[in-house]
Every structure is written in C-alpha cells, then in structure tokens.
Design a protein around this ligand. Structure first.
Ligand SMILES: Cc1cc2nc3c(=O)[nH]c(=O)nc-3n(C[C@H](O)[C@H](O)[C@H](O)COP(=O)(O)OP(=O)(O)OC[C@H]3O[C@@H](n4cnc5c(N)ncnc54)[C@H](O)[C@@H]3O)c2cc1C
Length: 243
C-alpha cells in the first residue's frame, strides 16, 4: 500500500498479472550441461525437466540452489580441466563480442522505444498465447512477433551510460524475450494436443501416442527449428490431470 500510495480502507488496491515462472527453458541434464559443450544452465533459465509440463509453486529453490550449485561446480571443473591453452583467449573473445553487441545497441539511432516493443510483446502473448490457444491465434502471434523483432533492429536507448544502465539491461532482456516468444509459439503451434498449461481449443484431448515427448527449439536466424526428445518415465505412469 505504501508503494501504490493507496489507502485500502477508501480505495481499491490496484492489481495486475505478473509472470510467475517460466516452464521450459534451456535444455540441460541434471548436471546443468547443455547441447553446447562448456555452456551450463541453472535456475529459471534452465529446463532440467524436474517439473513436468507444469510447475506448481515452491520449486524454484530446487532449480536455483540445488541445480545452481551442481551446474556452477561443473562449470568450474570444465574450465579448470578442459580449456587449457586454447581457452586463454576464450574469455576475452567472448567479452569483446558482448562489448560489440552492447556498443551496437547503445549507438543504434532508430526511432523505436524498447518499452513500447515490450508492451506490444506482452499484449500478443497475453491475448494469443495464453493457456487457451488455437492455430489461428498462434499463427497471428508468430507474424506479430516477426514484426516486433524487426522493430527491435531500430531501437534507440534514452540513456547509454555504461554504469547501472537499466535501459540497456531491459533492451538486452527484450531481445531474449522476443526470441523465446517465437520458440514458445512455434512449439505451441506444432503441438496439436492439450497437456498441462498448453490447452489447444482446436485439439482439446491429450494425445500420449504422438505427443508424450519434449519439444526442443533451436535458434536459427530464419526462425525456431523444432526437434523432440523422449520423456523418461519414472515409477509413476503419466496420466491426464482431471481436476
Ligand atoms: C511474482 C513471483 C512470485 C514467485 N514466487 C515464488 C515462490 O513462492 N516460490 C518459489 O520457489 N519461486 C517463486 N518465484 C520464482 C523465483 O522467484 C524465480 O524462479 C527465481 O528467482 C529465478 O532465479 P534466477 O537466478 O534463476 O533468475 P533471475 O532472478 O530471473 O535472474 C536472471 C538475471 O539475468 C539477467 N538477464 C536476462 N537477460 C540477460 C542478458 N541478455 N544479459 C545479461 N543479463 C541478463 C536478468 O536481468 C536477471 O538479473 C516467483 C516469481 C515471481 C515473479
């Protein structure tokens, strides 16, 4: 109430939806290893696949603390053991690439405000890629994301300082959000069934015969390339949720 500046005795409390957790993420195993050798993922960014097709509250600690510690120590072990001489310039090369990317964003003199693109992205994802989705909405959404990705190429930051620059941080995040959004929509469009938080109103039934598999999306400059990998079945048979 302090932040919103309202007195709940007299005023309504403003509320707005927020994203609670990203299901899926960078595909990795329980060691935090990804398809890219030497690149580890943990936390909300990762998909260790301990949550299935849904993640009910409370398990971020598992992702961040348990798998974070495992991925972190594996990354250290990898650097100490494998990189040797050939890795001497790896860090400076990576830093220079990151620097060039940041410089390009800071020098970009377009007319697009990153925050406007983010609002538009939120709107597309809220309106067309919610829990209930269908093919026509998803196709429209993917076309709209392409437009936003194009607009992103013409952004201009209102502040380009290198210290604690939130505009820059949000612009970097926005690029990731646009690419992830595209992968989410491509996966949702291909998956012609309903399961977990993915409910296709045009395919309302769960279809284990065809779709009991993980979607893996690869980034390509032309768009997301989809692949699939099997689900490891534990002691419990997967079954439809009926509540
Ligand atoms: C409203 C809300 C309630 C929640 N409640 C719970 C709960 O009750 N229990 C629970 O277990 N979990 C809860 N969670 C989830 C939990 O907070 C997160 O899963 C967890 O904080 C993720 O930590 P992380 O370090 O993996 O990622 P983050 O904390 O998201 O850190 C990622 C960092 O990467 C930075 N970044 C992104 N892109 C780039 C880039 N391109 N370059 C450089 N940096 C970049 C970001 O700025 C950010 O600082 C909740 C989340 C929300 C939003």
């Amino acid at each position: 109430m302090e932040f919103a500046g309202v007195d709940p005795v007299a005023d309504l409390i403003p509320i707005q939806p927020g994203q609670h957790y990203t299901m899926g993420g960078i595909d990795c195993n329980t060691e935090g290893e990804t398809a890219v050798k030497g690149f580890y993922a943990a936390g909300e960014a990762a998909c260790v696949s301990v949550h299935g097709a849904n993640r009910l509250g409370g398990n971020s600690l598992l992702d961040t603390i348990v798998f974070g510690a495992i991925a972190g120590s594996n990354a250290v072990r990898y650097i100490q053991g494998e990189s040797g001489k050939k890795g001497e310039t790896a860090l400076s090369d990576a830093l220079s690439r990151a620097g060039q990317r940041i410089d390009a964003i800071c020098k970009s003199d377009g007319n697009e405000v990153p925050a406007d693109i983010k609002v538009a992205l939120n709107k597309v994802m809220d309106n067309k890629v919610g829990i209930f989705r269908d093919a026509s909405q998803l196709k429209e959404a993917i076309a709209e994301i392409k437009v936003l990705q194009d607009r992103y190429k013409r952004i201009k930051l209102n502040y380009t300082g290198k210290r604690a620059n939130l505009s820059l941080e949000w612009a970097l995040e926005l690029k990731g959000s646009l690419d992830v959004a595209e992968a989410v929509i491509a996966g949702a469009l291909a998956r012609e069934e309903s399961r977990g938080s993915h409910f296709r109103t045009d395919f309302p039934k769960r279809d284990d015969a065809v779709w009991l598999k993980h979607t893996v999306a690869y980034f390509t400059p032309e768009g997301s390339r989809l692949d699939y990998k099997p689900v490891h079945i534990g002691p419990f048979e997967p079954k439809e949720r009926r509540y």
